[in-house]
Design a protein around this ligand. Sequence first.
Ligand SMILES: NC(=O)c1ccc[n+]([C@@H]2O[C@H](COP(=O)([O-])OP(=O)(O)OC[C@H]3O[C@@H](n4cnc5c(N)ncnc54)[C@H](OP(=O)(O)O)[C@@H]3O)[C@@H](O)[C@H]2O)c1
Length: 345
Amino acid sequence: MNYKKLGNTDINVSTICLGTMTWGEQNTQDEGFEQMDFALDRGVNFWDTAELYSVPPKEETFGKTEIIIGNWFEKTKKRNKVILATKVAGPSRKYIRGGGNNYTLNKMTEALDNSLKRLKTDYIDLYQLHWPERNTNMFGKLGYVHDENEEWNKFEDILDHLSKFIKDGKIRDIGLSNETPWGVSRYLNLAENNNLPRMMSVQNPYSLLNRSYEVGLAEISIRDKVGLLAYSPLASGYLTGKYRNNQMPKNSRLERDGDFWTRYNKPNTVKAVDNYYEISKKHDLNFTKMSIKFCEIQPFITSVIIGATSMDQLKTNIESVNINLTDEVISEINEVQKIYPNPCP
Ligand SMILES: NC(=O)c1ccc[n+]([C@@H]2O[C@H](COP(=O)([O-])OP(=O)(O)OC[C@H]3O[C@@H](n4cnc5c(N)ncnc54)[C@H](OP(=O)(O)O)[C@@H]3O)[C@@H](O)[C@H]2O)c1
């Protein structure tokens, strides 16, 4: 396994991070336990969850993934072996603390205390804001509609709440998710100028089908030591090749919940995937591993958050760290990117 520092902290996190969002829905607790045992054994010390999980989000499964992880900590007594990241939900459905904006002191305190209880721990290593409260472009949305009268909690107030949680020993560090260059820069500036805690990571999507992070945020990640935690590196599974030639494998994400997972079902997805697949075959590389490794080697990335629904998938995804992408492979990948730039932003 490879390791990098989280933000400008001294915390070493594995460059493969264990994603967990299918546990409690598509995967059982036992399957989650098996994944945690295996991943930790392979040096994956960084795990990502959220109060919202499992997904697709539903009232009855809210918090279920955290419960599974908490049960594993209780059973194995290995909490101290893991750098644990979770998230407080953004403006949300009615069943999450009544809906609406979520980053007030009261709501965040309630969210954090409940996460700690479910996770059966007294601290979170990385506490992330799952998505911004303001209306901005996230989850693949394009076009920006500005509303002068929109209201959200001030960034400095949110940082103040997070600072309190750090002082109370409930969290160690903080991070953003689904943020824009404007949001990340503003949080960093406010922290620096007001002696507030600084964001250590940005958890946004990144894959061969969506390299939009490279446009604005990559520079911020490197210059300001606020690395990307890249989610959906396989674009929901498209970048394994499993949906090529109109295949729809039984019990796959798209077969189960295709109406929910529309983000990667775009006009140029199939053509781009076919082209990347051909590169992997030409160079005798496993396509899934090539797709993940391409993310892992990016200098602005701290860790790649993988998701797996079986042990075979988990093994393949973790083993991606061991392959090498030659300059020739990278340059062929970049040629495809020129033809199909970010088909799934
Ligand atoms: N911050 C956010 O808003 C956000 C959003 C999304 C994800 N995340 C985080 O990132 C993690 C990973 O995201 P993701 O699940 O969307 O990642 P992904 O890599 O895009 O997709 C993972 C899915 O692809 C399929 N797959 C994975 N490995 C495979 C393999 N080797 N062979 C064949 N199929 C394979 C599995 O689905 P099937 O087996 O069902 O087909 C798996 O659930 C999540 O668990 C979560 O922690 C965060």
